[in-house]
Design a protein around this ligand. Sequence first.
Ligand SMILES: *Cc1c(COP(=O)(O)O)cnc(C)c1O
Length: 403
Amino acid sequence: MAQINEHYLGLKGSYLFSEMAKRINAHGGDIIKLGIGDVTRPLPPAVTEAMIKAVNDMGTADGFHGYGPEQGYAWLREAVAANDYQGMGIEPDEIFISDGAKCDTGNIQELFSDKCRIAVLDPVYPVYVDTNVMAGRAGDYDPEKNAYSNITYLPCSAENGFKPSLPDTDVDIIYLCYPNNPTGTVLTKAELSEWVAYAKKTGALILFDAAYEAFIREDNIPHSIYEIDGAKEVAIEFRSYSKTAGFTGVRCAFAVVPKTLTGTDSNGQPHSLNAMWNRRHTTKFNGVPYITQKGAFACYSEEGKAQIRETIDFYLGNAGIIREGLKSIGIECWGGVNSPYVWLKTPGGMPSWDFFDRLLDAGVAGTPGAGFGSAGEGYFRLTAFNTRENTLRAMERFSLLRI
Ligand SMILES: *Cc1c(COP(=O)(O)O)cnc(C)c1O
């Protein structure tokens, strides 16, 4: 008998997006979707040209590539180190090219004991929680609290300006995501430094998800946790070409695991996390396609960089329209400056799902904050991933809301 991993029974259904789709379909009519968490603009021409060339290479005897290095081609790892981590002392062999930051943030917890106590922000990207549930690290689910007993939740709300407090209990692993999904908020260098100092003091490990790094436009907002002194001893960073360069359907990302990082065994002996992740990657993964890596490499060319910046500026233009539209009708909101996400407080403290229905009647769909965790109740997420025309039309519909 194949007995199952019963930790899977502790997962709660992925109710959020299915419930949204159900209500949108039942409603019918012309609905503008501002709930999309996927990019909408095409790949940069520099990327598609590089990929077409790579496809043609693959059809020639000289240009054919079979299995590549599991960790990624050296030319891509070198380009990442030189461009994304310039001056931060990150070496190419600390960079692991992968098929997605979702997979990486989900798989990384495999390196750690099931006794590790994890901390997440609330609201949170659900992958961090669910993968720890699967591993048996989360404890029991309490539907009243919408929370797992062994997970430390760090609430983020208007009251604390969406800046979570440091944990007041012992935690071993902390997931941070900045610019944040879903709230669109950021941490300054000084604020992120406090987390690095905390991790150094307590021995905790930070898993830093920087999938939206390319949307940062303000000074003094760190693009990488390695901009903070000492972070190489306490943090793993995740990045992705998905939101940066439109790779959601192409699949390419990377994790940075510094060689200075260690975890301890049950005897307190240190072990290199870089060596462990390398072993995991080479055992369970056979590398990102050559064609895809050539596309990612093109993101670092002058044309590639300029095209990516233009696309992100376009999304940020939409985000600005959403922010201004909300403010003009007296709805408080955050994010949308260094992020494609705008997080709003529902008028009159209306529950997130009630606001979803009201907005749907006005012809706009967004994402109820409660779907990202209990601290998201009373909030709502809008995204900039749409056309300019639809964004403008959606904000007109907002202005007709009578709440
Ligand atoms: C979209 C997103 C990612 C990127 O995932 P990929 O698997 O690389 O497409 C990672 N983290 C967060 C928080 C995201 O929203």
